[in-house]
Design a protein around this ligand. Structure first.
Ligand SMILES: [Zn+2]
Length: 220
């Protein structure tokens, strides 16, 4: 008999997904369809965003549709759209150039972009480096870090992307699981201030970053 007092598993609200491929004859399109099932890939990305930034009780419900547009362009991917209707543009050229590890790269980029659909940004006051760091923090925790990512001590804590993601990961380790979830939550209704770190962790971001850089230098 299964126990009856266990809470039910979390059920996340999955938005409507739309896929638009603007060049089906591009080799990146064939690689995409050979490597992932679009609906499953987008669902995984939404669930990763929810899992690392929210609880079933706090997950935002504003995103109604995510449209994934696959087309050739310089660069990797970007997200635009409205509060309810998000559009992720993903470069077919990038997918082609990542052929050797296309599945992980496609899923990793999708996780990063879908985080942008859901993360809080202090009413657009959050620095870009932290926005990108949070997106790559979720990618890292989803097990989709590219092989070249390394912990490194940059001059600034908010250098962005994987550099900031590993710093956030270290904060999560030091201050406990859910710390970055709290940091994200703290930017829901109030504007971003650097003191938010101290409020969430008990330590200022500059002293945390100094400790982190020491740790990186010691551990390589
Ligand atoms: Zn980004």
């Amino acid at each position: 008999m299964p126990p009856h007092d266990l809470p039910p598993p979390p059920t996340w609200i999955i938005p409507n997904f739309v896929l638009r491929v603007e060049d089906l004859s591009h080799p990146g399109a064939s690689i995409f369809f050979d490597c992932v099932k679009p609906k499953e890939a987008l669902k995984l990305a939404v669930e990763a965003s929810y899992t690392w930034l929210y609880t079933p009780f706090t997950a935002p419900t504003h995103v109604k549709t995510i449209t994934l547009v696959l087309r050739p362009f310089d660069g990797v991917a970007y997200t635009c759209g409205t509060h309810e209707m998000k559009e992720i543009n993903f470069s077919l050229d990038w997918i082609k150039s990542s052929e050797a590890r296309a599945r992980d790269e496609i899923l990793g980029v999708l996780v990063h972009e879908v985080v942008h659909c859901y993360q809080y940004n202090g009413n657009d006051t959050c620095p870009g480096g932290l926005i990108e760091g949070v997106a790559d923090f979720v990618r890292l925790h989803a097990g989709l870090a590219p092989p070249h990512w390394r912990r490194r001590a940059e001059e600034k804590w908010d250098a962005g992307y994987d550099a900031t993601a590993y710093f956030l990961d270290w904060i999560e380790e030091r201050c406990g699981e859910g710390t970055i979830r709290k940091l994200n939550g703290s930017m829901k209704d109030s504007i971003y201030r650097v003191e938010l770190f101290e409020k969430v962790t008990g330590e200022s971001v500059s002293s945390l970053y100094a400790l982190y850089c020491e740790h990186v230098k010691e551990t390589g």
